[in-house]
Design a protein around this ligand. Structure first.
Ligand SMILES: [Zn+2]
Length: 177
């Protein structure tokens, strides 16, 4: 039994959760049938931005990541927020840039984190000023991009290919840390 959740207690009534088959799968459920809580554990949507700035791509490093790994800007949506608005808000918050629109690239699965990535190309202008979630960033020329074999990397690859570039695949961010 390998349920990915870290939940152990019912968020509705605080009784322990137990594994039961519901809808053809084993799921964590409240052991009190009168409560009836089921942890569906559906994937969470996450927006991701391929940021274009001064004719280059911006890749940034999260404070929690390995030193060599730079990737896209990502974030969760706020309640009631459209993905197009949310991805531009994340670019503004995390990089301090002025977003100039959001062009849809595609949807990408990210099973390891139970997320669905909604990827956009976001042109932006201004001076980069990182927020507390990031500790470094770099400009990468379109010709020099090496994408990584995971959801956000595939979004970057697909956008570049549509612009006529042929990025090569590099190391997975999860192999080395
Ligand atoms: Zn319960």
């Amino acid at each position: 039994m390998s349920l990915s959740s870290t939940y152990r207690f019912c968020p509705q009534c605080t009784r322990p959760l137990t594994v039961m088959p519901v809808g053809g799968r084993d799921r964590l459920c409240c052991d009190d049938a009168r409560c009836g809580f089921v942890l569906w554990d559906n994937p969470v949507p996450v927006v991701a931005a391929v940021v274009e700035h001064e004719g280059k791509i911006i890749l940034a490093r999260n404070v929690a990541w390995p030193r060599h790994f730079y990737a896209l800007i990502t974030g969760f949506l706020e309640a009631g927020e459209s993905p197009e608005i949310g991805v531009q808000r994340e670019v503004e918050e995390e990089l301090g840039l002025e977003p100039l629109g959001a062009n849809f690239i595609g949807l990408y699965d990210f099973f390891r984190k139970n997320q669905l990535l909604i990827a956009y190309h976001v042109p932006a202008r201004g001076t980069v000023k990182l927020n507390e979630e990031l500790d470094d960033w770099k400009h990468v020329a379109f010709d020099d991009v090496v994408y990584w074999p995971a959801g956000t990397g595939y979004a970057l690859r697909d956008w570049l290919q549509r612009q006529g570039y042929s990025p090569r695949e590099g190391e997975s961010p999860n192999i080395r840390s």
